[in-house]
Design a protein around this ligand. Structure first.
Ligand code: GAR
Length: 210
């Protein structure tokens, strides 16, 4: 089945969604390895529980971003993945690294891109009195959170919402749309050309019901 490597920095609930769907047979992928830049990321426990090889590459033990990314690339490429999945991987990537995986690396970002790139997206959306907020899956490009968007899910912001309540609703949506994008890519229904994301016709009509 389709080899992928997942990069994490934290809880790994999106990783868990991928593990669960592949165990249930909804997703025909092989998670070859999970790599974290933080030794205490809970997602590493999730991977171990699923029998997936794990690695920690602490960015603090490297002199530069370039050196860290070069080592990370070497580690990833040992597994020859067809797709690299960033699932809460909280590192800014060098241009060299992003270009190496151009068209074969996905990220999930908790905002309706191009709005709210970067951090603290939920609070920023509330502070700006946005009526809605959401999450985007996109191909990674060298510029932060600026690659081609593949699919988004949104939710209304109510007066009662806090960053925490929004984050929790958005997490639930993430666990639906991220495995879906990975599935489409693994089935060659989602492709990347000239900096843009393309879905085949059948997939487009399927995504319309989300
Ligand atoms: C997710 O909400 C994801 O959208 C976000 O980190 C969380 C990871 O959750 N990613 C970013 O903010 C990327 N800039 P998880 O570890 O439970 O999957």
């Amino acid at each position: 089945s389709f080899p992928i490597v997942v990069l994490i920095s934290g809880s790994g609930s999106n990783l868990q969604a991928l593990i669960d769907q592949s165990l249930q047979g909804q997703l025909n992928i092989n998670i070859c390895a999970v790599i974290s830049n933080k030794a205490d990321a809970y997602g590493l426990e999730r991977a171990k529980a699923a029998g997936i090889p794990t690695h920690t590459l602490n960015h603090k033990s490297f002199d530069s971003r370039e050196a860290f990314d070069a080592e990370l690339q070497k580690l990833i490429d040992q597994y020859q993945p067809k797709l690299v999945v960033l699932a809460g991987f909280m590192r800014i990537l060098t241009e060299t690294f992003a270009q190496h995986y151009e068209g074969r690396m996905l990220n999930i970002h908790p905002s309706l891109l191009p709005k709210y790139k970067g951090l603290n997206t939920h609070q920023r959306a509330i502070d700006a009195n946005e009526k809605e907020h959401g999450v985007s899956v996109h191909f990674v490009s060298p510029e932060l959170d600026a690659g081609a968007v593949i699919l988004q899910a949104s939710t209304d912001i109510t007066k009662e919402d806090t960053a925490e309540s929004l984050a929790s609703r958005i997490h639930a949506m993430e666990h639906i749309i991220y495995p879906l994008a990975v599935k489409w890519f693994s089935e060659d229904r989602l492709t990347f050309h000239d900096g843009k994301a393309f879905l085949d016709k059948n997939t487009l009509s399927e995504s319309g019901v989300l």
